[in-house]
Design a protein around this ligand. Structure first.
Ligand code: XUL
Ligand code: CO
Length: 438
């Protein structure tokens, strides 16, 4: 078997004092935190698209990535090489999962039939490599946005032929995901949005999107796929307005069309910030609605208005994300998928290792800090004390639905000097710093 990443062996945990950039400082997969190992808590996944399909090209320049499979020109041979490279990378990093789009793992053929044959062949190869059980599939999805047939969208296209093709593609992607034991199936609305309402029937497009998702749910039942369906919100890019804008709009959409019991959300950090929310906001909103499914772990750049998909290294973000995830009971089927790419100038294969190690360590540190916050209980009790008024007197009547405007007016007439106490934001931010510093 070819070894693709010869510069690195299995990445080891060396602890916080190590200065070896190819070792973990905080991620010790067997360390137990709150009754679960770090590996069980964090459920890391490698994203096939960025890691094995990313070239470093941007609108201003060509590919820069130097990869050990660069010499292979036959598309199927290349796909096979990438399968081997994926398992080698995951095993060396100790990442237990990977995620893919159908078109990441196998090339399109001249016809849909040939494309499906390519996919079957690579699926067979992946299945063989998965036998050791070390690396599993967190989720599969279909790429319904790259090919020009999806120029007007897929399930929200004005063209029913594109709708039908997308249905055939998702049908096959569901079969492949099931075959590989995928724990979830993701819908990210690639081009499901619009550029201008001057040419768009928004009502029909939204209804068709809902019809499409119902068809997927029905088909999953038919074939016995019991993975979790996930929707990944994003407000813009590639379309000006994406229908799955943010957590709030997706929950509203799912409820409107009777899909809320079949879906949870896959929250991506950079998509949250593009929607002008924090990552924590999106996680919290999904969690309090019982819809926190999985996470695309990355980060954006506050100075840039697009999806930079950087590896997550901000400890405030990882701590607050893990705080929300732990408060929601931890991941069930979901995990932390590094939907992240190395920068264009980080073009050597070794950079892929540095990047994943950085992300894994940042989340391990975040997990530890979040666990301390919860164990300590000070933050939780601060919040519960802040709302304690709703546990007694008039507050209790409000939350129990026992007071209306007339009674509240009577109360306010008798208590018209409203007294408040400080929100103590700066004190709490200092506490957060202390938890992160450990
Ligand atoms: C695009 C994005 C996708 C989804 C899967 O911004 O995040 O890669 O995660 O289609
Ligand atoms: Co994503």
């Amino acid at each position: 078997m070819t070894e693709y990443f010869k510069e690195t062996g299995k990445v080891q945990y060396e602890g916080p004092k190590s200065d070896n950039p190819l070792a973990f400082k905080f991620y010790d997969e067997n360390a137990v935190i709150g009754g679960k190992t770090m590996k069980e808590h964090l459920r890391f996944a490698v994203a096939y698209w960025h890691t094995f399909q990313g070239t470093g090209s941007d609108p201003f320049g060509k590919a820069t990535m130097v990869r050990p499979w660069d010499e292979i020109s036959d598309p199927m041979e290349l796909a096979e090489a990438k399968v081997e490279a994926n398992f080698e990378l995951c095993e060396k990093l100790g990442v237990p999962y990977f995620c893919f789009h159908d078109r990441d793992i196998a090339p399109e053929g001249a016809t849909l039939r040939e494309t499906n044959r390519n996919l079957d062949k690579i699926t067979g190869l992946i299945k063989k490599r998965m036998k050791s059980g070390k690396v599993k599939l967190l989720w599969g999805t279909a790429n319904l946005f790259s090919h020009p047939r999806y120029v007007h969208g897929a399930s929200t296209s004005c063209n029913p032929e594109a709708f039908a093709y997308a249905a055939a593609q998702v049908k096959k992607a569901l079969e492949v995901t099931k075959e590989l034991g995928g724990e979830n199936y993701v819908f990210w609305g690639g081009r499901e949005g619009y550029e201008t309402l001057l040419n768009t029937d928004m009502k029909l497009e939204l209804e068709n999107l809902a019809r499409f998702l119902h068809m997927a749910v029905d088909y999953a039942r038919e074939i016995g796929f019991d993975g979790q369906f996930l929707i990944e919100p994003k407000p813009k890019e590639p379309t000006k307005h994406q229908y799955d804008f943010d957590v709030a709009s997706v929950i509203g959409f799912l409820k409107t069309y009777g899909l809320d019991s079949c879906f949870k959300l896959n929250i991506e950090a950079n998509h949250a910030t593009l929607a002008a929310h924090t990552f924590q906001h999106e996680l919290k909103l999904a969690a309090i609605n019982g819809m926190l499914g999985s996470v695309d772990a990355n980060r954006g750049d506050l100075l840039l208005g697009w999806d930079t998909d950087q590896f997550p290294t901000d400890l405030y973000d990882t701590t607050l994300a893990m705080y929300e995830i732990l408060k929601a009971g931890g991941f069930k089927k979901g995990g932390l998928n590094f939907d992240a790419k190395v920068r264009r100038a980080s073009f050597e294969p070794l950079d892929m290792f540095y990047a994943h190690i950085a992300g894994m360590d940042a989340f391990a540190k975040g997990l530890k800090a979040a666990h301390r916050i919860i164990e300590d209980g000070k933050l939780d009790s601060f919040i519960s004390d802040r709302y304690a008024g709703y546990k007694r007197g008039i507050g209790k009547k409000i939350t129990e639905g026992k007071a209306g405007f007339a009674e509240l007016e009577k109360y306010a007439m008798a208590h018209d000097q409203v007294a408040n106490v400080s929100g103590r934001q700066e004190m709490l931010e200092t506490m957060l710093n202390m938890y992160i510093q450990g």
